[in-house]
Ligand binder design. Structure first.
Ligand SMILES: C[S@@+](CC[C@H](N)C(=O)[O-])C[C@H]1O[C@@H](n2cnc3c(N)ncnc32)[C@H](O)[C@@H]1O
Length: 228
């Protein structure tokens, strides 16, 4: 499938290869968040998941380590991220990869679960975020659970929480890197407020979401596709 024009959200080159170190430094409790996933999806009956923006495959590894009967469709437009995920996940079976976008997947089979972790804030326009959520919803079974994580909140929430994030960063991150990255977060990422997220998910065909986790600017939400 042809991948549309480049954008900041597609992790290429150095950004891809440094990604695991970057999240460990910049997202307090990232590992803890990942370690919760098996518990959040424990009651899912058919253990087949759509991992959207799978990146280097960390979500998948946590779920497979907890229960090897999980199978995955892992989607990411970045060839480097797909390659890194394939390497990280080489010892596990039942994982298919799509280098591309969710809309490139057929409407069958339907999945019982999905993740969208650290993706939505790279998508510029609300109608594109709605389209992505709708494409995910169309590929899920009734009752399927979706877990999202990302930078959600008003501009002021994010400014305030960036100052909290600054206090929580490892002490060896150079000051110039901190300043540059904070500026990039304020300038280049696309925020969705809590209210907008609620509306987008409902319009895409999900239940209103519940926030279950927050660490500085990052928050995580859980929702379901209604059963009827
Ligand atoms: C910050 S990484 C998150 C990776 C992984 N979910 C994690 O938490 O470690 C965001 C990923 O989303 C991918 N991405 C960007 N736009 C996307 C889109 N429209 N659909 C699916 N994936 C996308 C990027 O290439 C990148 O690998």
């Amino acid at each position: 499938m042809e991948v549309p024009t480049k954008n900041l959200g597609i992790f290429e080159g150095k950004r891809a290869y440094n990604y695991d170190n970057f999240v460990a430094q910049w997202i307090p409790n990232y590992q803890y968040f990942m370690s919760m996933l098996p518990r959040l999806f424990e009651s899912t009956k058919d253990k087949n998941m759509l991992s959207v923006g799978c990146g280097t495959g960390t979500e998948i590894r946590h779920l497979k380590d907890a229960d090897d009967t999980w199978s995955f469709m892992a989607v990411d437009p970045s060839p480097e991220m797909i390659q890194l995920a394939q390497k990280k996940l080489e010892k596990y079976g039942d994982i298919q990869f799509l280098e591309g976008y969710v809309e490139g997947l057929p409407l069958q089979p339907l999945y019982s679960a999905a993740t969208l972790v650290l993706v939505l804030h790279f998508i510029k326009y609300p109608n594109e975020r709605l389209a992505l959520l709708t494409e995910i919803q169309k590929r899920l079974k009734p009752g399927a659970t979706l877990v999202l994580m990302g930078i959600f909140g008003s501009r002021q929430d994010i400014r305030n929480n960036l100052e909290i994030l600054r206090l929580l960063l490892p002490t060896d991150v150079p000051e110039t890197e901190i300043e540059e990255r904070m500026e990039r977060i304020k300038r280049d990422l696309h925020l969705t407020t809590e209210e907008e997220l609620n509306k987008l998910l409902v319009r895409a065909g999900f239940e209103p979401p519940t926030r279950f986790f927050q660490t500085s600017i990052y928050s995580a939400w859980i929702t379901k596709k209604p059963t009827t």
